[in-house]
Design a protein around this ligand. Sequence first.
Ligand code: GLN
Length: 579
Amino acid sequence: MKRKYIIITGGVLSGLGKGIAIASIGKLLSHDYKVVPIKCDGYLNVDPGTMNPIEHGEVFVLDDGGEVDMDFGHYERFLNVDCKVDWNLTMGKVFNEIREKERKGDFLGKTVQMVPHVSNFIRNRFIEIGEDSKADIELIEIGGTIGDMENELYIDAVRSLARKVGKENVLFVHLTYVPIPFGVDEQKSKPTQQSITLLRKRGIEPEIIIARCSEMLNGKIKNKIASTSNLNNEEIITGIDVDDVYKIPLVFENQGLSQLLARKLNIPIKADLTRWNELIKNKEEAKKEINIAIAGKYTSLEDSYASIIEALHHCSAHFLVKINVKWIDTSEEDIDLTDVSGVIVPGGFGSRGTEGKIKIIQKCRENKIPFLGICYGLQMAVIEFARNVCNKSSANTTEVDENCEYPVIDILPEQKKIINKGGTMRLGAYPAIIKKDSLVYSLYGLDQISERHRHRYEVNPKYHDLLEENGLILSGLSPDGSLVEFIELENHPYFVATQAHPELKSKLEKPAPLFKGLIKAAIKYSEQSELPYQPPILEELRIDEDFVRIDESLEEDEGFGEAENSFEEFENGFRESHL
Ligand code: GLN
């Protein structure tokens, strides 16, 4: 089969859910084909790694260490693929490469122009990605809204892609918006017609239109859109507002989208959404409810913790329980955990709100409230333990207090030399060795696992012994034993933290083990909170699933890439800076 390309552009306004739309199209195809998603962002940042999560949402991290747009979270969750950093194009990356080529002399004698040089470069990149990944179908999402200046080169690239690979192998899908203005109470097609005109001006004729609307499109409006865009009514699909984005593949399929795609691309497609459908029903039919608190700094914007929320959704379907998220702003004084059955302290940066997080963790530890610490959450849990159990009241992370007396969390010596901010953290998938008799082991069911990371600081190896002597279980370490990856406590229903971000790999069909552990414990806690505390039986929490297989190539810890030092040097670095 010749490789097919499905391109999605957006019209009228931003935020219509192009990422979900393309992920849902991919879901329909991924049963039969290898589907590779590509996202094109117009900004000049090289990646979103240095962008404020409040403005841009979560930075999604891939196995290969790429920091990419949060749409990759949807792609991976819907398509079950491990994406690659090169699949996220940004104008920052494109211009960097073009300028390097120009300096090397690749364009010698020529004037390097936006069109054709830059747009052809982008088009060729689409083709190369298809070849390298051996994709059957490439899904290309063009960021922004048609007419945005910053995305024009991508639009020109997909226009010329159709000429290069053959029109029959390229399918243009346009996502637009049909408003029902208050007082008019009628579905309106004009914005859609106008955005189609904008596409046509750029040489693109959409073949499928997905119209976001609060109601199913009526026949009249379908006729209108279809006739002005030279399409048939069945080529106009409603992207109806839903309360759960996982329903979108079903919404599309109910309107015959997979067979429409099959006809357009001239390939057989048999979308199988049986399991997906079942899981969504589970969520809907959940009778029991629990409250889970997320205690973080960016709680004003849920998008900053998108993957955590998704991981909770996955558990909700798995355990048939409705999970209400209670946001706790840790920079505020009053922290009330009375109505929660579990607490997540998520990743974070900087000092604001850290004392609040430490206080919450102390409450969880002392009152046996199920707790999951993620990245900064692990670091805060270690500080809390050092202060209140090991009696090192001035323990801290050097991220907050550079000269603290007990730097139980400290920056790696190698990281200290780095001044650039972009892409310089410990990023991507790293393996961990799990202690066989630990709770973490019983959750993963494996003694070697791999999870994704995004951080600069680590539990200071100088304090491993002190923490262990006082009862903190270091349940997972990097293969050379130098870095703490998981911690847990005995005599607590669920007190687990990880330096990694397990939420990034959670899927509807396979929720992340540590989240499953938390929710299982939280359900029990909500039922038993009246009763005296009973220590959990490990077997009870055990979740028998082969979740994260270690990648053979990662068996040897590659640590921090070329800059990696041996453990000895690592320790010396700590000594130099702290003794
Ligand atoms: N700020 C911490 C670090 O850099 C934790 C980062 C995170 O939570 N992602 O190590």
